[in-house]
Ligand binder design. Structure first.
Ligand code: SAH
Length: 225
């Protein structure tokens, strides 16, 4: 259940973006408790340096969030790995991401062979992310919209991943979750958030599990160019 990425020479990387540097990140994630080999393999394969500005490419394999413009960030690799592990627990086929940003998290999910739908409110970020998907040969469905409404026409989804924090869970997203599906979202304000995993039960209710403290940019309303 994985796809082959189209890797041009710039995607293979040299020096601070080389395979050796990427393997070091994977080892670090393993040391920090990421155990799912499928996830580690996706992180090893997807060229994170192509999801940040060229000036930041040499820092792309550090385990840290990095700025991507418009006040937004590409998530820390450990957080991407943890959220992806949690998502795979539902054995999903069709997934929805809210907050495309750089496109990195969506690319990781696509590299795992999942059918990925992603929504971003900032048009300029989405345009750049789409170019990355195209050049890596990734088939990802994306939409420029306020992700708080989800993507009802394409639902229900086996898993929904929200990569921006809100003070409370968004009801519309729970409604678009298939029975047995999972929703993963950071919940909280600017200073303290926790990563929440919700399992949709047969009776439609959501069973909640707390995965620990995280820091995400806020989930905002409306859309901008
Ligand atoms: N998953 C991204 C993380 C980007 S940061 C990555 O891998 O790079 C969070 C993103 O969520 C930002 O790009 C921000 O613009 C977007 N966002 C915030 N509120 C949103 C909303 N209501 N709908 C869609 N996207 C939103």
């Amino acid at each position: 259940m994985s796809v082959r990425l189209r890797l041009q020479p710039e995607a293979i990387g040299t020096g601070m973006t080389s395979q050796r540097v990427r393997d070091r990140l994977v080892q670090r994630l393993r040391d920090e408790g990421i155990a799912d080999e499928r996830v580690l393999n996706a992180i090893r394969t997807v060229p994170r340096h192509l999801f940040v500005d060229e000036a930041l490419a040499t820092r792309a394999y550090e385990d840290t969030a990095l700025p991507i413009g418009h006040g937004q960030t590409i998530s820390q690799p450990w957080v991407v790995a943890r959220m992806t592990e949690a998502l795979l627990s539902a054995n999903p086929r069709k997934v929805l991401e809210i907050g495309t940003g750089s496109g990195y998290q969506a690319a990781i999910l696509a590299a795992l062979g999942l059918e990925v739908h992603t929504v971003e409110r900032i048009g300029e970020l989405l345009r750049v992310a789409r170019k990355r998907f195209r050049s890596l040969g990734l088939n990802i469905r994306s939409k420029h919209d306020d992700g708080r409404i989800g993507w009802p026409e394409n639902g229900p989804f086996d898993a929904i991943i929200v990569t921006a924090a809100a003070p409370a869970l968004v009801d519309a997203l729970g409604d678009q979750l298939a029975t047995g599906g999972v929703l993963i979202a950071p919940v909280g304000g600017a200073s303290s958030q926790s990563l929440v995993l919700l399992h949709k039960q047969a009776d439609g209710s959501l069973r909640q599990q707390d995965l620990g403290a995280v820091v995400f940019v806020p989930l905002l309303s409306g859309m901008i160019d």
